[in-house]
Design a protein. Structure first.
Lengths: 511, 402
């Protein structure tokens, strides 16, 4: 078949770095083409070349779309051809309505005046196409991430899309939302729309992709056809080596009870009649990795944040003991003192000061540890940062690098370093591997194992069930703010966890 | 992607300077502006009497810029400082002239009152999350009005010599034997000695810091640049103290200012409190989740600002020897401009004390130089506005390049 898109010999250099080296990508009409590679492999750069973010002339090589050579000067040109990118970070205006967002910059007008009736009508038709049952006038910030993603796709459809590029569309989505999205892609395929799917989630790729291209270090490594695609093959090509074990082995040495939470209840801070966490009790032993499974909105993050210095929620009640003594968790400093650490789900917004250096981020939660009488000892601070850099294998030339310049995996290591420096007994890790590539994930798992081996307790919140099953000694299942199941490593399985979530739903509906 | 090209070939001083243009750019601009006006004014700018005046004229702006830097780094702004300074000046005047209180008592009361005003505004900003722009805009109106009310619309003065010396006094010559030794008729030996002592202290600290950095393999500043930088700084300080010494010596207010600048440099660079304020401005939520008491520090930054605004108000009143209803009008703009010219970021988390001081001097030298040349107040405003804009554009440009 004649390719709809051919990128030939694309080479793009930044000062000092060759981001893309003679990359070739060929996409045939009506297929779902997956583009995979570790973070920094050049996927995003390639897509920026394609969409004209990097204009013609700033790279070498040629782009053919529908047989025509394209020289895009900007994103407008590529959109005019029907090439539309949906970025990982959604580009919607939260305070505007769905309809306003969809037609933003492309408004339906009559003599310069917006025709709202027509706008709403067309929006409704688009929403029906993507299977989103919302009013066109609903504000974006009232929708969840999954629905916002669908709005983005509807927006792409409004521009008569021929080639739809999705950059990590399911990274922030729950399993069921992801499934809906993938179904939608398959439907588009049936209608003849071609898609390029960039994703880290290999199970999704093997489910929907017709063909696949692997990038590594800015070069095309391999292509696969449907039927040849297996997760292990993709991983091998991505990292350039066999990864027999995706989860590092650990011999658990579980000791006495370290932390105990009893009857933890939390209400919503704004809607005081809504109980978000219901009588949750949990135990963590020394050297144990305890997982919390659950769907998005189950209340896992709320549980963690309410524990950590009451950073979320109202009317919090319940008891916590750490090391046998009642723990004062009334504020973040108190919680840190009590031996608790919390690695947030959103490391950019809540975990790091992005414009600051690795050094300063590392010492942030324990400045007294590098100072005496309120005066910082610059040399001690430096030593601490260097220590954690080598301990956690953070890849950076110096600790004076600003964290905004690091990859996701290395940023996460800086967050971990920050919390390790407070020497916590119990660490709560909330989605610690989100948006991190396979190689870095393995390193994070190894760090978690080391922490457990040091006799600390780890609570791991994750939406990726294989991850929980791979590294946890015990898994709690949360649904609608309550623990509805608890499994040992031996008895835990994806099916049993899903079953207990479903059972929890039935109980809740029975009430 | 985190790879930074190792500066193999960039050991030369010039390349180093180009890489650190953001840090040194404004300082070079200040020097260029001074040279320009020195030529344009036919040498009047750097005459001892004018130089002394320059310090007196700008002291209160610089003192407030120190506090404003903390407020802006924390991610806020304080529009009320001019009004607060005016109000405290009025309060002090009324207390001394109408109530006959001792100047020392008045100074203590005034500084306390200023801190209280700052704290009151900080309370709403920090604990009630009311935007600082609005709270301090209200404060600006309230205290401007309060000044008028307190003074009954009239000027109140004059003050005792003691109070005036806060601003217009000079440190006496404790070393009168130096002048004859150098064969000078009129020379403040003590001022000269202080200049030499400061240069010696700076050199000692710098060499020590470089040795410690070298021990860690961190001396990335080329040696030539290090020597050159310290020579220039040392020579500039000696030159300025020499000029001051040949006039009346070191003004009291320069001592106050100098001590405060060093103190705030220390606080912002080396203390946990300073570091935490930067963290708050950089990412308040992350700071809070790292156990930093964001509310309390924001509150303290505003209380501190109130204290410094009060001090500035006292100095200004002492300088004019009267408190007027117009005192402090539009000071806040000069202060904020100084901080931004000095490289602080509107969104918080970025900025230095040295930058703010340099920014204040840029404004001050331009005011002074343009007045000497005889440029009208209308053009002066236009030029100052353009300089502010140019400085920030320069900063953004350098940031985007790095």
């Amino acid at each position: 078949m004649v390719p709809i898109l051919e990128m030939r010999g694309i080479t793009k250099t930044f000062p000092g770095v060759k981001a893309l080296d003679n990359v070739t990508l060929s996409v045939v009409p009506g297929e779902i083409h997956a583009l995979v590679g570790e973070n920094g492999a050049g996927k995003s750069t390639l897509m920026k070349v394609l969409s004209g973010v990097y204009p013609h002339g700033s790279y070498e090589g040629s782009i053919l779309f529908e047989g025509e050579e394209c020289r895009f000067a900007g994103i407008h040109d590529s959109e005019a051809k029907g090439i539309i990118i949906i970025h990982q970070e959604l580009a919607l205006v939260p305070l505007l309505s769905i309809a306003e967002n969809i037609y933003l910059g492309n408004e339906i007008t009559r003599r310069g005046v917006i025709d709202w009736q027509e706008t709403w009508k067309r929006t409704e038709a688009l929403l029906a196409k993507v299977g989103l049952r919302e009013s066109p006038q609903a504000r974006i910030d009232t929708l969840g991430v999954g629905k916002q993603q669908l709005v983005e796709i509807a927006k792409a459809l409004s521009k008569k899309v021929k080639l739809l590029i999705l950059d990590e569309p399911t990274a922030a989505l729950q399993e069921n939302d992801s499934a809906t999205l993938l179904e939608l892609l398959l439907e588009f395929k049936a209608q003849g729309i071609t898609s390029i799917l960039i994703s880290h989630k290999l199970n999704e790729i093997s489910r929907v992709a017709d063909r696949l291209t692997v990038l590594r270090d800015g070069a095309t490594v391999s292509g696969m056809e449907r039927g040849e695609i297996t997760e292990n093959r993709i991983i091998r090509d991505m990292v350039g080596r066999d990864m027999a074990h995706r989860y590092p082995a650990r011999e658990p040495r579980i000791g006495e009870v370290l932390m105990q939470v009893k009857d933890w209840s939390v209400w919503h801070p704004l809607h005081s009649d809504r109980q978000v966490i219901r009588d949750c009790s949990l135990t963590v032993r020394r050297g144990e990795v305890v997982g919390i499974a659950g769907l998005m909105g189950a209340g896992r993050t709320e549980f963690a944040m309410s524990l950590f210095g009451r950073s979320w929620g109202a009317k919090i009640s319940g008891e916590v003991t750490i090391g046998g003594k009642p723990a004062d968790l009334s504020s973040v400093p108190a919680a840190i003192n009590a031996g608790l650490a919390y690695v947030t789900e959103d490391r950019k917004a809540l975990g790091l000061v992005l414009d600051e250096t690795i050094l300063r981020n590392t010492s942030m939660a324990n400045l007294p540890g590098v100072s005496s009488r309120g005066v910082i000892d610059a040399n001690r601070e430096r030593r601490v940062a260097e220590d954690y850099k080598s301990q956690l294998n953070t890849r950076t030339p110096t600790v004076f690098q600003r964290v905004v310049n690091l990859s996701g995996g290395n940023q996460q290591k800086v967050v971990l370093a920050k919390w390790l420096f407070t020497d916590p007994d119990v660490l709560i890790l909330d989605e610690p591997t989100r948006g991190i590539d396979v190689g870095a994930k393995f390193e994070i798992y190894s760090i978690i194992n080391t922490l457990a081996d040091q006799g600390r307790g780890v609570i791991l919140i994750s939406s990726e069930m294989p991850e929980l099953l791979g590294i946890c000694d015990r898994i709690y299942v949360m649904n609608k703010g309550a623990f509805v199941g608890e499994f040992d490593r031996a008895e835990a399985s994806q099916e049993r966890i899903m079953e207990s979530i479903m059972a929890g739903d039935r109980v809740a509906e029975g009430n | 992607m985190a790879d930074v090209a190792k500066p193999q070939d960039s050991r030369s001083a010039m390349t180093y300077l180009r890489h650190h243009m953001r840090e040194y750019g404004m300082l070079l601009a200040l020097v260029a502006i001074m040279v320009f006006f020195q030529i344009q004014t036919g040498g009047t700018l750097m005459r001892p009497v004018n130089l002394t005046n320059l310090f007196l004229q700008n002291s209160y702006i610089i003192i407030m810029a120190l506090g404003m830097l903390l407020v802006i780094v924390a991610g806020h702004i304080d529009l009320s400082v001019g009004s607060v300074a005016g109000f405290i000046g009025a309060f002090a005047a009324v207390a001394m002239v109408n109530w006959d209180l001792h100047p020392l008592v008045v100074i203590v009361l005034s500084l306390g009152l200023g801190t209280l005003i700052g704290a009151a505004q900080g309370y709403w900003v920090a604990y009630w999350k009311i935007p600082s722009f609005i709270v301090t805009l209200a404060g600006m109106l309230v205290f401007r009005g309060a000044t008028l009310w307190l003074l009954n619309g009239k000027s109140v003065g004059p003050f005792s010599k003691g109070f005036q010396s806060l601003s217009t006094g000079f440190v006496p010559d404790f070393l009168p034997f130096v002048a004859p030794m150098l064969g000078m008729e009129r020379l403040n030996g003590f001022a000269l000695a202080v200049g030499v002592a400061i240069v010696a202290a700076i050199l000692w600290l710098q060499i020590g810091a470089r040795a410690r950095a070298a021990a860690y393999g961190m001396a990335d500043e080329p040696f030539g640049f290090f020597v050159g930088r310290n020579l220039v700084v040392g020579a500039a300080i000696l030159y300025v103290t020499w000029l001051l010494a040949t006039f009346r010596g070191i003004p009291n207010v320069l001592v106050t200012m100098g001590i405060l600048i060093v103190l705030y440099m220390f606080v912002t660079n080396s203390t946990t409190v300073g570091r935490r304020i930067y963290a708050i401005g950089g990412n308040e939520k992350a700071a809070k989740l790292s156990g930093i008491k964001t509310e309390r520090l924001t509150f303290l930054a505003f209380a501190n600002m109130g204290f410094l605004a009060a001090l500035a108000g006292l100095i200004f009143a002492a300088r004019l020897n009267t408190a007027t209803p117009k005192a402090g009008v539009s000071f806040e703009l000069d202060v904020i401009a100084a901080v931004f010219i000095g490289g602080a970021s509107m969104s918080g988390g970025v900025g230095t004390i040295v930058g703010a001081v340099v920014g204040a001097f840029i404004m001050g030298v331009m005011n002074n130089g343009m007045s000497i040349i005889g440029i009208g107040i209308d053009y002066q405003q236009v030029i100052k506005g353009l300089v502010l804009l140019a400085a920030v554009i320069f900063d953004v440009y350098n940031k985007s390049k790095s």
